[in-house]
Design a protein around this ligand. Structure first.
Ligand code: GTP
Length: 355
């Protein structure tokens, strides 16, 4: 089966991490995020993937080449971003399958444990134009929701509302009949969520929902990105792409963790990164060559490449950009983002964005 992977977004919610690296390539449990998706797609029977690229397009081919994780890879770049539907249509130029064949389409920022083969089987059984993975969430008011009828047919695509009619949301993994992709207008900006699906439903096309609960996470925000990395390291979602066994932490080649440091809760310590004695690092991502010095505390945070957390400093729910330096004694909390290269002198900030 062939697949299209949507990877052209700018990842604005993950800035400053996405200034230099597109979201789908951010190191996640030791490998680029997409490696987990490639491995899962392969396991579901996908043997060829077209990458729909736009933002920093050249970095994808540099990362994966023409074959990775047992899958042949092709790259199609939009000159101007075409939105999710336009990107799918543009990428279809790279497909080789016939008009009735199923094509898997994946958002490049979703971690999901659902059974892709079962989704494809449901699509074929229903003879659908498209079949969407829907996942139930605790708070559907934060998302648009997708109700289905007794036969599993999608009846509407509803915008965010305080009173959603269902807890099922679009989980960002679709099976399309090839001919339904070719029906999307070419070379136009199109949103698959706001235009293509509602129009297909209005025109009477069979759009099915494949509802499967289980592990699902959109890693589009810093909190979710850290959580996804943690879940992979701890084995809450299995991935054959992880370079190591599940455990309380993942240390990559050349990482140094002092025996006098506490590093756990699914933390990744990147290549050449270090954690000194008396430091505590919990549930965090230390990118390559990041350094956490004596007595510092880092929790639920991302420390960028070559960034440094000084002695006794505290980071809690923070993104520290590449090369940034937090001097000794600073305390940063609550979603704060430090831009690449910024240097905070000793005890400059005791800062919280909470309340
Ligand atoms: P934010 O800017 O933080 O919202 O992230 P994003 O740019 O990734 O947008 P969003 O999460 O809505 O995108 C969902 C998926 O579609 C992601 O995998 C994006 O990479 C991808 N995507 C979004 N817009 C485009 C586009 O114009 N072209 C292509 N090729 N992919 C896109």
């Amino acid at each position: 089966m062939e697949a299209i992977l949507l990877v052209g977004g700018q990842g604005t919610r993950l800035r400053p991490l996405t200034i230099s690296t597109p979201k789908p390539l951010l190191p996640t449990a030791g490998v680029p995020f997409l490696a987990h998706q490639l491995a899962r797609a392969r396991a579901a029977g996908v043997d060829r993937i077209v990458f729909a690229t736009s933002y920093r397009a050249e970095m994808f081919e540099a990362a994966f080449g023409t074959r990775a994780h047992g899958v042949d890879l092709v790259y199609l770049t939009e000159d101007e971003p075409l939105g999710t539907g336009g990107a799918i249509r543009n990428a279809a130029r790279g497909l080789t399958c016939g008009p009735d064949d199923p094509v898997l389409i994946l958002n490049g920022d979703i971690l999901s444990g659902h059974d892709v083969q079962a989704q494809v089987a449901a699509h074929e059984k229903a003879g659908a134009a498209a079949t969407l993975h829907l996942t139930p969430v605790d708070d559907p008011s934060r998302f648009g929701c997708v109700p289905t009828d007794a036969d599993g047919r999608v009846t509407a695509f509803l915008e965010k509302t305080p009173h959603p009619v269902t807890d099922q949301i679009n989980a960002g993994c679709y099976v399309f009949r090839r001919s339904a992709i070719d029906a999307i207008p070419a070379e136009e900006v199109v949103s698959v969520e706001r235009e293509t699906f509602p129009e297909m439903i209005a025109s009477g096309a069979v759009v099915m929902g494949y509802v499967e609960p289980g592990y699902w996470l959109d890693v589009g925000t810093p909190e979710a990105f850290v959580q996804g990395s943690r879940d992979l390291v701890e084995g809450r979602l299995a991935s054959s792409a992880i370079p190591g066994e599940p455990g309380e932490r993942l240390e990559l080649d050349g990482a140094r963790v002092s025996p006098g440091a506490v590093v756990r809760d699914g933390t990744t310590v990147g290549r050449g990164a270090s954690v000194e004695a008396g430091a505590t690092v919990l549930g965090s991502v230390l990118l390559d060559e990041a350094h956490v010095e004596e007595g510092a505390t880092v929790r639920d945070s991302v420390v960028g490449r070559h960034a440094r957390v000084g002695p006794g400093a505290v980071l809690d729910g923070v993104v520290l950009g590449d090369g940034a330096v937090v001097g000794p004694g600073n305390e940063l909390r609550g979603g704060l983002r430090v831009w690449p290269g910024v240097e905070l002198p000793a005890t400059a900030l005791r800062f919280s964005t909470d309340a």
